[in-house]
Ligand binder design. Structure first.
Ligand code: HEM
Ligand code: HEM
Length: 174
């Protein structure tokens, strides 16, 4: 862990000795983020009501939805920072060599976009809530839409890998 300089991390698709699968901690963080993100959309999106009321009346209520949304959002931020550290320390499995280059490029782009979005969203959300910024709220909503599109691409890609190229990448994350 401390000698990252002596053994540089494997990159996605890189030729260095990459691990065969994601580590237990990487899996835990991946599925943890999936559960927390689902809750942000399905349960705690009701923060929108509290935000709208706060902007209109100046009455900022910490309802269960608002409190849950803020805490889960900050937990996502912490998990994403941890994941970046894990990637640096442990590397990630190489992308299947037999697949076309565009698929590897798309995978890299999608993964990078997930990191960017999930690191930025909590910050922008916090700006919206704590500084009462309508602009930040609009950016946060646009990011939420982008996130949905990315998740759709990501899940479709898992199926494509399995059924078209017969590489069972799901097992590397299970
Ligand atoms: C990665 C973490 C987060 C995700 C995935 C997320 C996701 C979402 C989603 C799906 C909505 C509903 C958007 C809509 O109605 O179109 C929303 C709204 C909102 N979120 Fe987050 N959120 C995150 C973190 C945070 C944090 C940490 C805060 C505050 C500290 C926050 C504050 C808000 C506010 C104020 C709204 C209402 C915006 C509005 O109605 O215009 N979010 N968020
Ligand atoms: C909120 C939803 C999701 C997010 C934000 C997300 C994010 C990510 C990211 C960033 C990676 C890159 C590896 C890493 O750095 O940890 C990854 C890998 C992976 N994800 Fe997800 N993911 C989500 C949902 C899902 C779902 C629903 C599935 C299953 C259908 C899935 C299956 C996988 C698999 C199999 C990999 C490994 C790809 C490989 O072997 O290189 N993910 N995910």
């Amino acid at each position: 862990m401390s000698d990252t300089k002596a053994s540089p991390p494997a990159t996605e698709g890189g030729a260095r000795a990459a691990p065969e699968t994601y580590s237990f901690r990487q899996k835990l963080a991946h599925w943890g983020v999936v559960v927390l993100v689902a809750a942000q959309f399905l349960v705690f999106d009701a923060i929108g009501r509290d935000f709208g009321r706060g902007m209109k009346t100046g009455d900022w209520v910490y309802s269960p939805a608002a409190t849950g949304h803020i805490l889960f959002g900050l937990a996502i931020l912490a998990l994403m920072v941890w994941r970046l550290k894990l990637r640096r320390d442990e590397g990630v499995p190489a992308l299947p060599a037999a697949e076309p280059g565009w698929a590897a490029t798309l995978a890299r782009l999608t993964h990078a976009a997930f990191y960017l979005l999930l690191l930025a969203m909590p910050v922008v959300g916090a700006l919206a809530w704590f500084l009462q910024s309508g602009n930040a709220a609009e950016m946060h909503e646009a990011a939420a839409n982008l996130l949905i599109a990315l998740i759709a691409i990501h899940v479709a890609a898992v199926a494509l890998h399995k059924f078209r190229w017969r590489s069972n990448i799901l097992s590397r994350m299970m």
